[in-house]
Design a protein around this ligand. Structure first.
Ligand code: FES
Length: 372
């Protein structure tokens, strides 16, 4: 996804084990400890990172911001990273990835902004039912969309829909340093009421001459001076000064990121992107079916060629671990014993017989045998 070298590690270092846990470990089961500890305090646990919702507020017509107070087992996050959030819904644990919009400061609180997605189990739960006091599981931070906040390179941020979440965290970090380099943010939404952080972004634009802001609406007419209309195209990008010198960070749905990549990747200093969903598949990819043998459970299923393996196997009734569903968190990684796959974002074919693959961003192009 990235045109730049990735950092050696995208996870923050874990703290060392506490003396209490070292002494108690031979005698006490963490599950038993968690059961009784949670009776005393909702986020006390042996080692599970848990967080209590301490505040919720509407962020747009279809998004809420939840402020969470994690327990001591959660080790923090950098701007632009993601974390897995899990909740128990109708007796099932559901996990999805969110990019924190508010990063831990002295109060160690972290905020996530969640848009209610059609058919989204966890997003609907968090937007419509989760309340102050509820406890969520948190995963460790992961993700490569990070930048050197002190570097002087001019940057261009492109956000569509929920793609604003890692980019607002990065924008806040840069604003806190007085915008050390020129930054342009183009932010697309269908309607004005779906835009998040509008007042805050406008206040940065008013305070920092190096920060240029443009809201782009695809479903209604532009109104304000900092608004425009229409999907991403060359004409909009041509308004960005020094485009060839920019480091570009794009985040949004697969089709948006693909278009941004096609327009910019070869013309700018670097291009980093994160896409929520795989890009549209070609007819060739969609033709026919393949057989997937699940070696560990001695089962064979037939799925349509070209679907993400995660979606295809879930449609067969399999309960599989997943988080971001966009190829970043590694939660859905599994071993492949034979067969060929195609990466849904890059189109790269993978014929190595024995390898690991991420089910959410790969489809089968031949019969497969998986370690499931
Ligand atoms: S669910 Fe995160 S990499 Fe597949």
């Amino acid at each position: 996804m990235s045109a730049r070298p990735r950092p050696a590690s995208t996870r923050l270092p874990a703290r060392s084990d506490s003396p209490f846990r070292r002494l108690a470990r031979p005698w006490l089961s963490p599950r038993v400890f968690d059961f009784w500890a949670s009776r005393l305090h909702p986020t006390w646990s042996w080692e599970r990172p848990l967080a209590r919702i301490v505040e919720r507020r509407a962020e747009s017509a279809d998004a809420v911001t939840l402020v969470l107070r994690p327990n001591r087992h959660w080790h923090g996050c950098r701007p632009g990273q993601h974390l897995n959030v899990s909740a128990e819904i109708d007796g099932c644990r559901v996990t999805r990835s969110y990019s924190p919009t508010g990063l831990p400061g002295r109060d160690r609180r972290v905020a996530i902004t969640v848009k209610a997605v059609d058919g989204g189990k966890l997003s609907r739960h968090l937007c419509e039912r989760a309340k102050v006091g509820d406890v969520l599981d948190l995963g460790p931070a992961f993700g490569d969309m990070q930048l050197d906040e002190n570097a002087a390179a001019p940057r261009l941020f492109l956000a569509a829909g929920s793609g604003i979440t890692p980019l607002i965290a990065l924008t806040r970090a840069l604003a806190a340093r007085g915008m050390p380099a020129p930054l342009s943010l183009l932010y697309w939404a269908r309607k004005r009421e779906q835009l998040c952080f509008v007042d805050e972004l406008r206040s940065y634009a008013a305070a920092h001459p190096r920060f240029q802001l443009r809201f782009l609406l695809t479903g209604e007419a532009a109104d304000a001076a900092d608004e425009g209309q229409g999907r991403i195209d060359a004409a909009q990008l041509a308004t960005i000064a020094d485009l060839a010198d920019r480091e570009v960070y794009a985040c949004g749905p697969g089709g948006f990121v693909d278009e941004a990549r096609a327009l910019l990747a070869a013309r700018t200093v670097s291009f980093q992107a994160e896409a929520f969903s795989p890009p549209p598949r070609t007819q060739e990819d969609l033709d026919g079916t393949v057989e997937i043998t699940l070696a560990a459970s001695a089962r064979t299923v037939t799925v349509a060629r070209g679907q993400s393996l995660l979606g295809a196997l879930e449609a067969q009734g399999l309960k599989l671990a997943s988080g971001c569903r966009m190829g970043i968190c590694n939660t859905c990684a599994c071993g492949k014993r034979s067969g060929s796959t195609r990466h849904l974002h890059t189109g790269d074919a993978q014929h190595e017989p024995v390898s690991a693959l991420r089910l959410c961003v790969n489809s089968a192009t031949s019969d497969l045998v998986l370690d499931l």
